[in-house]
Design a protein around this ligand. Structure first.
Ligand SMILES: [Zn+2]
Length: 135
């Protein structure tokens, strides 16, 4: 049984178009299948490093000016590193969580379009491509 369709449906105008189309030839929308959106939730980008660094830096700064008797120097640096790692991991967890919810949202939208066109195979193909993007 053929499990892959070469066609999917545009998220905007719902036209049947090639699954490799970077833009919809009918309505002109870019990234017609939500694939590019999902790539945002995959992996770690430079912003992730910067935000984690900024949060750790600020938190360490606040700790440094508090009137508590913390040994300065190495201890502050250790606290900074621990915070940096924590924020970094937290960011990955959050990003994955949001990505999962987004995938579900896009998935139900695509499923609807495919069902309207009586084309369950296109939906299966869409799911396969989506899974290969986020895994
Ligand atoms: Zn379109």
């Amino acid at each position: 049984m053929e499990t892959n369709s070469n066609f999917l449906y545009c998220k905007s105008c719902k036209s049947k178009i090639s699954k490799d189309a970077p833009t919809c030839p009918h309505c002109g929308i870019q990234n017609p299948f939500y694939f590019e959106e999902m790539k945002k939730y995959k992996g770690v980008d430079i912003l992730h490093y910067l935000i984690s660094f900024g949060l750790a830096f600020m938190t360490t700064g606040i700790l440094a000016i508090l009137p508590i008797d913390l040994e300065r120097g190495y201890l502050m640096f250790a606290i900074f590193v621990a915070l940096y790692v924590s924020f970094f991991v937290l960011g990955i967890i959050l990003s994955k969580k949001v990505g999962k919810a987004k995938k579900q949202e896009y998935s139900s939208l695509m499923q609807k379009v495919c069902e309207e066109n009586n084309d369950i195979q296109a939906y299966a193909t869409w799911n396969n491509i989506m899974d290969s993007i986020i895994s």
